[in-house]
Unconditional design. Structure first.
Length: 347
């Protein structure tokens, strides 16, 4: 009888050992086997409040993994069961369940992008943000003042306050977070550039530099002309000459601008009409980029005081009003000579 019992125990142990061995082998094979992705790639989302069990069952239901239990076991044994991060994750056919747990534990979510273009206005930026499917709209339908209050800048005019650049972010990012990040980037750059500015500048504060940089940004068609144009404006300010630049007039017209700037527009008095008023306008007129800020803080030296568009994106530069008037006749009046005054009498 005792022998029979020992045999039975041996059989049970053998079966248990074989079963355990099979489970271990099957578990190890699961961890080494690439994910089953029919399209070669798959996007899985860990939502707010999501947990490992729900994720494993979803992946199993989608046919991505063969065993949700094995995935949960591995996550627990590796100490990663309670540290999965919310967001979207891109899976590919070379990844194994081990790689899957690693990227979710590390929060390597899919990154989307939005590029703020140099010379955009704040209004244009808001419209682009509204259309971006991965940006969550919480304040974009509010006024500019309300938007600035929401990002912690109550009372700050929004124009010029966001650095043109390409920004990466996960799905469902808030508009407030995006704008705060772009604003922080702008001020880090502006403050650093201000500390390393050149000498003999007309601008006396970082905000004045930002304002002038926005004008340079809108006036410059060629990157090679930025510092030249910045030098012109710097000298005009130092000499108490009006800036007399069309982009500020256009900005001051707002929605009244129909695409054509007329002589009556140049005569219309607004805080932004630099044909009528001396000095800088009260705020920036656009979002200036790094190069425009750099140009304003390190303008080209020389005696150039005037420039006129050649009509191809470049400009003709002059040191005297006489030279400038000749350039106006050549490039703006098509060679027709007539009585005109390019620049009103300066004070």
């Amino acid at each position: 009888m005792r022998i029979i019992i020992y045999k039975l125990i041996g059989i049970v142990v053998l079966i248990a050992s074989l079963s355990a061995g099979w489970f271990v082998m099957d578990y190890q094979n699961f961890l080494r086997t690439p994910l089953n992705l029919l399209q070669g790639k798959h996007i899985v989302e860990v939502p707010q409040g999501g947990n490992l069990g729900r994720l494993a069952n979803k992946l199993h239901a989608d046919g991505v993994i063969s065993s949700p239990r094995y995935l949960i076991w591995y996550a627990r044994l590796s100490g990663n069961a309670d540290s999965i991060k919310i967001g979207e994750y891109a899976l590919n056919s070379t990844m194994t369940p081990v790689n899957l747990i690693e990227i979710i534990n590390q929060g390597k979510v899919i990154q989307y992008s939005l590029t703020i273009v140099e010379g955009w206005t704040f209004k244009q930026l808001i419209e682009v943000l509204k259309m971006h499917p991965q940006i969550r709209n919480t304040v974009l339908d509010k006024s500019g003042n309300e938007i600035m209050t929401a990002i912690g800048l109550d009372g700050v005019h929004p124009e010029g306050q966001f650095l043109p650049d390409t920004y990466l972010f996960p799905n469902n990012s808030s508009d407030v977070d995006f704008l705060r990040r772009a604003n922080n980037s702008l001020h880090r750059l502006l403050n650093s550039s201000w500390e390393n500015r050149g000498v003999g500048l007309a601008v006396k504060t970082p905000y004045e530099a930002l304002t002038l940089a926005s004008i340079v940004e809108k006036e410059t068609g060629l990157a090679s002309e930025r510092k030249t144009i910045a030098g012109v404006f710097n000298r005009r300010l130092l000499k108490r000459m009006r800036l007399q630049t069309d982009p500020t007039v256009i900005y001051g017209l707002g929605d009244k601008f129909d695409g054509n700037i007329r002589r009556r527009d140049l005569k219309r008095d607004t805080p932004y009409n630099t044909y009528r008023r001396f000095g800088l306008p009260p705020t920036p007129i656009a979002l200036p980029g790094r190069k425009a800020i750099e140009a304003v803080l390190h303008p080209e030296e020389g005696d150039i005081l005037y420039f006129v568009s050649r009509g191809d994106g470049s400009h003709s530069f002059s040191s005297t009003l006489k030279q400038h008037n000749e350039a106006v006749i050549k490039y703006q009046l098509k060679g027709r000579r007539k009585t005109f005054s390019s620049y009103p009498k300066q004070k």
